[in-house]
Write a protein that binds this ligand. Structure first.
Ligand SMILES: NC(=O)c1ccc[n+]([C@@H]2O[C@H](COP(=O)([O-])OP(=O)(O)OC[C@H]3O[C@@H](n4cnc5c(N)ncnc54)[C@H](O)[C@@H]3O)[C@@H](O)[C@H]2O)c1
Length: 346
């Protein structure tokens, strides 16, 4: 197999690329294409690039999935037969500030990849979608057959890519599989998302800006379990199908925050409730019976997964301190400053 991992320098994509390279004793090829946006980080691939002589075939291309010529070149040059598309603008808050990049990458980029897959006769195309396409659910859990109802620009652009991929299966027979996973956590996650933001702020004794009452419910899936599920679906998934991937680890954001603070032995007084995210989905929940019936199940327990993630951020300060300067500071100020000020002014 020659697998193209788009967005492979990001959080989940880099875990997936590492997993593939470690498996590639069997002769498989791993090719990463990543634009290296603010969220892409070559450090995430260092284990592979430092050890290239020991690992299997690995190649990195810096570039945009919207660039059709480049995608065509990569697919031909490395005889790619399988595309796993992680590339995305992925942060809801940034999509609320400006949806432009989300429409480009999460919709047009998917179109370009699908066109190349169609013309080059790809054997498998995995579109990494998200639970957010379903929207919020007050009780019960979404099944793959439930209607989608995305409620923020990130979710809506992902829904566009998700349904476009499906249409390429129905219309052209491109062998597409669509995955919808719940919230991931683990090492190497850019510290704008809740878990790494709160871990790193707590290490720095800074306030943890918790949206609203913190009672939003998320189902937490360890990134390694997610990557194993994708690998499993490449081999056992059925073309044209959607698969939910979840761990049945539903927790309120305040519970997750407490777990992080307790692990770091930091006081709960570091929590600052701030004005909620606009249109914040209250609860996500997935029914993942379909993939479990095929034989996959998650292995990592939530409490242990959060603890080992906290330990990684403690040991890898170099990794996140570099990120939490420059562009990140500008974003953080823009996102949180007015929320903290207007809340305390009330
Ligand atoms: N993080 C989660 O909890 C979660 C849950 C479900 C699904 N997903 C999906 O998984 C995928 C990966 O998410 P993540 O959290 O690793 O995101 P991330 O933001 O950490 O990584 C995204 C990567 O894509 C790259 N990229 C962005 N635009 C690109 C473009 N135009 N061309 C090439 N590369 C580009 C970035 O440089 C970055 O390396 C996304 O599609 C996301 O929607 C994420």
């Amino acid at each position: 197999m020659s697998i193209l991992v788009t967005g492979g320098a990001g959080f989940i994509g880099s875990h997936f690329a590492r997993m593939l390279v470690n498996q590639s004793a069997s002769g498989g090829q791993t090719v990463v294409l990543d634009k290296l946006t603010y969220a892409g980080n070559m450090e995430n691939l260092r284990e592979i690039t430092d050890d290239l002589h020991k690992s299997g075939y690995f190649k990195f291309y810096k570039g945009d999935i919207c660039n059709r010529e480049l995608v065509e070149h990569v697919v031909k040059e490395d005889a790619v037969d399988t595309i796993v598309n992680f590339a995305a603008d992925s942060h809801v808050d940034r999509s609320i500030m400006d949806a432009g990049a989300f429409i480009d990458t999460d919709m047009k980029g998917v179109y370009v990849l699908l066109e190349v897959a169609r013309n080059q006769g790809a054997k498998k195309f995995i579109q990494i979608s998200t639970d957010e396409v379903y929207g919020a659910i007050p009780e019960g859990s979404f099944k793959e057959t439930d209607p989608i109802n995305p409620r923020n620009p990130y979710a809506a652009s992902k829904a566009g890519g998700d349904r476009l991929a499906y249409s390429y299966w129905v219309t052209y027979g491109v062998p597409v599989i669509i995955t919808r996973a719940c919230n991931n956590y683990g090492t190497n996650q850019y510290p704008e998302k809740l878990v790494p933001l709160f871990i790193t702020n707590a290490i720095e004794n800074k306030k943890l800006p918790l949206y609203g009452d913190g009672m939003q419910v998320r189902d937490w899936l360890h990134v390694k379990d997610h990557c194993e599920a994708i690998d499993f679906l490449i081999r056992h998934g059925k073309n044209g199908e959607v698969y939910n991937i979840s761990a049945n680890n539903e927790h309120t954001n305040i519970e997750t925050t407490h777990l992080i603070l307790d692990e770091l032995k930091k006081p709960h007084s570091l929590i600052e409730h701030v004005l909620d995210r606009e249109g914040h989905d209250r609860r996500y929940s997935l029914d993942s019976t379909k993939i479990r019936q095929l034989g996959w199940q998650p292995k990592i327990k939530y409490e242990e997964g959060i603890r080992s993630t906290v330990r990684w951020y403690l040991k890898n300060e170099d990794w996140w301190r570099k990120i939490k300067s420059g562009e990140f500071l500008e974003y953080y100020k823009r996102q949180y400053e007015h929320r903290m000020v207007s809340k305390s002014a009330k």
